[in-house]
Design a protein around this ligand. Structure first.
Ligand code: AP5
Ligand code: MG
Length: 214
C-alpha cells in the first residue's frame, strides 16, 4: 500500500506504521527517524537539522525534499510505502504530488489519526524509543514497556526519551502541527484521499487502514 500517515505528535504514526510493515511488505519511511539518525551520526544533514528538532520546529522543506526524492525511488519502495511524518507542510505536499507524477505512482489513502490532546500529552511524556538506529522500536512505560532494566525487548539497546520530549519542545511541536500540518487534512480531502480514524486502539486502527486501502 502507499499511504500517508497524518496526525499530531504522539498520535501513533510510528506505532501504526511499524505494525503495518508486517502486513504487505510496505516500507515505513519516517522522516523523523531519518533525521534523528543523521543527528546521531553527526552528518551534514544532522548538523543542519538538530537545532530545529530540539526546539520542536520543522526542518526546512528543501532539506526534507532532497531526502525524500531519493528515498522514494529506492528499490524497497516497490512494494509500497507508509509515509510517517511526511509531508508536513503544504509546500511538501505539493512537491510530493509532483514527484509522484514524475515516478508514475499514486497514493492509495491519507490516514488522519485523530487523538484527543490529553491522550497525546500523556503518551509523549511516557514514550521511550530504542536508541539503536537500526531498531528504533517505540515503547511506552504505561502501555508497552521496555524490559524492566529499561532496554529494548527486540535488540537490547537502551530505550530512551527523545531530545524533543521536553515540555517546551512538546508544546512547540503541537503548535507547529496545528499551524503547518493540520491544513493537510483538508488539502487531501479535496483530492478525495483523507480517511480520519478516531480509535485509540492501534489494532483497530490497523484494521481500519487495511479496509480503507482495499
Ligand atoms: P517525528 O519523529 O515525525 O515526530 P512527531 O510528528 O512529533 O511524532 P512522534 O514521533 O512524536 O509521534 P508518533 O505519531 O509517531 O507517535 P508514536 O507511535 O511514537 O518528527 C520529529 C521532528 O523531526 C519534528 O519536530 C521536526 O523537527 C522534524 N521533522 C520530521 N519530519 C519532518 C518533515 N517532514 N518536515 C520538517 N521537519 C520534519 O506513539 C507515541 C507514544 O504513544 C508511544 O509511547 C507509543 O507507545 C504510544 N502509543 C501509540 N499508540 C498507542 C495506543 N493506541 N495506545 C496506547 N499507547 C499508544
Ligand atoms: Mg513517530
Amino acid at each position: 500500500m502507499r499511504i500517508v500517515l497524518l496526525g499530531a505528535p504522539g498520535a501513533g504514526k510510528g506505532t501504526v506504521a511499524k505494525m503495518l510493515t508486517d502486513y504487505d511488505g510496505s516500507v515505513q519511511i519516517s522522516t523523523g527517524d531519518i533525521l534523528r539518525n543523521a543527528v546521531k551520526a553527526g552528518s551534514e544533514l544532522g548538523k543542519k537539522a538538530q537545532g530545529f528538532m530540539e526546539r520542536g520546529e520543522l526542518v526546512p522543506d528543501d532539506l526534507i525534499m532532497d531526502i525524500m526524492e531519493a528515498r522514494l525511488q529506492e528499490p524497497d519502495c516497490a512494494k509500497g510505502f507508509l509515509l510517517d511524518g511526511f509531508p508536513r507542510t503544504i509546500p511538501q505536499a505539493e512537491a510530493l504530488k509532483k514527484l509522484l507524477v514524475k515516478i508514475n505512482l499514486k497514493l492509495d489513502r491519507v490516514i488522519n489519526l485523530d487523538v484527543p490532546k490529553d491522550v497525546i500529552l500523556d503518551r509523549l511524556t511516557t514514550r521511550r524509543t530504542c536508541s539503536n538506529p537500526d531498531c528504533q522500536e517505540i515503547y511506552n512505560i504505561k502501555s508497552k514497556p521496555p524490559k524492566p532494566d529499561g532496554t529494548c525487548v527486540k535488540c537490547g539497546a537502551p530505550a530512551v526519551q527523545r531530545a524533543d520530549e521536553t515540555v517546551e519542545a512538546i508544546t512547540k511541536r503541537l503548535e507547529t502541527y496545528n499551524e503547518k500540518t493540520a491544513p493537510l487534512i483538508d488539502f487531501y480531502k479535496k483530492e478525495g484521499l483523507t480517511t480520519t480514524i478516531s480509535s485509540l486502539s492501534s489494532e483497530e486502527i490497523v484494521d481500519q487502514i487495511k479496509k480503507a486501502v482495499k
